[in-house]
Design a protein around this ligand. Structure first.
Ligand SMILES: Cc1cc2nc3c(=O)[nH]c(=O)nc-3n(C[C@H](O)[C@H](O)[C@H](O)COP(=O)(O)OP(=O)(O)OC[C@H]3O[C@@H](n4cnc5c(N)ncnc54)[C@H](O)[C@@H]3O)c2cc1C
Length: 255
């Protein structure tokens, strides 16, 4: 079959699933705890090959090959943004700017109840706040990528492999002028099973977990490899976010 059924242990970006005209591709965790596409009803496949065309894992060359490339160094001027984001907060600032210009922004939030990082669509700056901060685990992209359409303008942020597939998709759909794509340096992601085990260990020690943040700078930039995990009765979540003017409207970052 001219489809992704032979592809395993790929990047799990799920762009094949949104590209499939028959909607017969789903994405699930494989036996190692990484997202992988599955054909749900092979009989309906029309062999169009679109799923393979948009797949970054299926190509050795990258999708973006125009030259010249230009580099800039930048960071947010807002201290609270730099504090909450993993690096200089440029991703958030680009999103804030583009939302102001009428774009929707697709980023990654962390669902603390399901211990899951997932892409989502933000239509306002308040909604985009949940995307601040790098979640160093694999994100489930379908939740956000399903919201992509041809009539709106989008900023989409994600790992380089996710963005490379998405670039192939929007080029193929001939709607790339409606998109700004944003990726970042990325060393890869750990298995979801390792993350679940870690969270369970913390829960056994602390009780129910209400808040998770990676590269937390509460103790300054030099200790910013630290994770903060707070149990639900700690009250830390509200304290921490309320100390930054930007976030006063968000009473709980993970709900
Ligand atoms: C999985 C992962 C691996 C990384 N590996 C490296 C590395 O090897 N070297 C390095 O220097 N930096 C690494 N980073 C950090 C990354 O390069 C910084 O996020 C980047 O510098 C931008 O920082 P920021 O302050 O602008 O944005 P931040 O607010 O920290 O977040 C940037 C954007 O990343 C998106 N995002 C957050 N989590 C995920 C996720 N799990 N999957 C997809 N998108 C996500 C958000 O939507 C947000 O728009 C990694 C980040 C992630 C999420």
């Amino acid at each position: 079959m001219n489809n992704i059924s032979h592809i395993h242990s790929c990047y799990g970006c799920a762009v094949c699933a949104i590209a499939c005209p028959k909607k017969i591709i789903d994405v699930r965790l494989n036996s190692n705890g990484f997202y992988e596409p599955y054909i749900t009803d092979g009989a309906k496949c029309v062999n169009c090959g679109l799923c393979l065309e948009v797949c970054s894992y299926n190509h050795s060359e990258i999708a973006l090959n125009e030259l010249p490339k230009v580099s800039y160094g930048a960071w947010s001027k807002e201290k609270s943004v730099r504090h909450i984001c993993a690096s200089g907060g440029v991703g958030f600032e680009i999103g804030r700017y583009l939302i102001g210009k009428g774009y929707k922004a697709i980023g990654v939030k962390y669902d603390v109840k399901r211990a899951k990082a997932e892409h989502y669509v933000a239509s306002s700056v308040d909604e985009f706040i949940l995307s601040m901060g790098s979640k160093y685990i694999q994100s489930y992209t379908l939740s956000g990528f399903k919201g992509i359409n041809r009539k709106d303008k989008f900023l989409v942020s994600g790992t380089p492999c996710q963005i490379d597939s998405l670039r192939r998709y929007i080029n193929k759909m001939k709607c790339s002028e409606n998109f700004v794509l944003l990726d970042f340096f990325c060393h890869g992601v750990p298995s979801k099973f390792v993350w679940d085990k870690y969270i369970k260990e913390q829960q056994d020690k602390l009780g129910n977990i209400d808040f998770v943040s990676w590269r937390n700078k509460q103790n300054g930039w030099h200790d910013s490899w630290a994770m903060t995990i707070s149990p639900s009765d700690s009250g830390k979540v509200v304290d921490w976010y309320d100390s930054y003017n930007l976030l006063t409207k968000v009473s709980h970052p993970n709900k």
